[in-house]
Design a protein around this ligand. Structure first.
Ligand SMILES: Cc1cc2nc3c(=O)[nH]c(=O)nc-3n(C[C@H](O)[C@H](O)[C@H](O)COP(=O)(O)O)c2cc1C
Length: 302
């Protein structure tokens, strides 16, 4: 059997398959469908400094081959996560990675500082790319100066593996990746959702309460794949790829484009055990292609 271990900074994953923030809750909700301990890692639902109710309903809309959401980072705040949720989910035999959000740089710093003290958590993902919040979020990730400032500020207070999640809603994602690498990121993850919109023609009204939302799912895969490929060529830190991965072959394609690990998002809504099928499918691919170590596939286009 192929060796599936991969390393992102100091974070060691037993396989490259992880679940994407906001699509797998805290992992425990999926326990009746699959064993979360088999995953390489779980990127948990986005955390903010304080409790957030999220955006008003409707905040989900189905589209032809994907979904639009504007959940707006609903969560009970980082302290609740540290005190109530993490003690339970750290028992899973997998890496738990927090997804850090803020309206101001100070917010990002304070959330990251609190997580720095969590012994069993070895990495955070800095979300500077959420399109569904009025203040902060994507605003940090589409402006080169604020992307640098947010990354540098968190780097100063967080001394474990820092992954910065990039927005696809920019003209030069490779340039943004180089900026956050230079500012101290140990890895980049991409892509977050694409800003989109859905309309109900019968009532002449936008479907989402927020009018616009983030598009995810199979429809974004070719766009995400191209971005992972461009970023891989531009930086020397590891890339974590995502965007419309539905099966093992999609995951392999992201690895060939340059991803060291992948995240599965929207697919969890259609099949809660899809991530384990992806692990099995990757193992099978390695067997069929004589791959002994999964790392051989990273950026392995011929
Ligand atoms: C309902 C929903 C909630 C999400 N919440 C977050 C979040 O809290 N933080 C974050 O960084 N990304 C969030 N995302 C984005 C996903 O993590 C992922 O980047 C995106 O959906 C693309 O992957 P996919 O096409 O496989 O879903 C969310 C996506 C969805 C669909």
């Amino acid at each position: 059997m192929a060796d599936l271990n991969v390393t992102i900074g100091d974070l060691k994953l037993k396989n490259p398959v992880t679940t994407a923030s906001g699509t797998f809750a805290y992992g425990e909700e999926f326990k009746e469908f699959m064993d979360p301990g088999k995953l390489g890692g779980i990127f948990v639902k986005g955390l903010t400094l304080h409790n957030r109710e999220g955006n008003p309903y409707p905040r989900m809309a189905e589209t032809a081959s994907g979904m639009l959401n504007s959940v707006g980072l609903q969560n009970k705040g980082v302290d609740h996560f540290i005190e109530e949720i993490f003690p339970r989910i750290k028992q899973f035999n997998t890496q738990i990675i927090a997804n850090v959000n803020g309206s101001t740089i100070e917010d990002y710093i304070r959330v990251a500082e609190k997580l720095n003290g969590l012994g069993e958590m070895h990495a955070i993902e800095l979300n500077i790319s959420c399109p569904n919040v009025k203040e902060g979020g994507m605003a940090f990730g589409i402006n080169p100066r604020s992307a640098r400032e947010a990354t540098e500020a968190v780097r100063k207070v967080y001394n474990k593996t820092l992954i910065v999640k990039l927005s696809p809603n920019v003209t030069d994602i490779a340039g943004m990746a180089r900026i956050v690498e230079d500012a101290g990121a140990d890895a980049v993850s991409l892509v977050n959702t694409f800003l989109g919109m859905a309309i109900d023609a019968e009532i002449r009204h936008p479907i989402l309460s927020t009018v616009t939302g983030g598009l995810s799912g199979p429809c974004i895969k070719p766009l995400a794949l191209r971005m992972v490929y461009d970023v891989y060529k531009a930086v020397s830190i590891p890339v974590i790829g995502m965007g419309g991965i539905m099966n093992a072959i999609d995951a392999i394609e992201f690895m060939l484009a340059g991803a060291t690990a992948i995240q599965i998002g929207t697919a969890n809504f259609t099949d809660p055990s899809v991530s384990l099928k992806v692990i099995d499918g990757i193992t099978d691919y390695c067997k069929r292609h004589g791959v002994e170590n999964i790392v051989e596939l990273v950026g392995g286009l011929e």
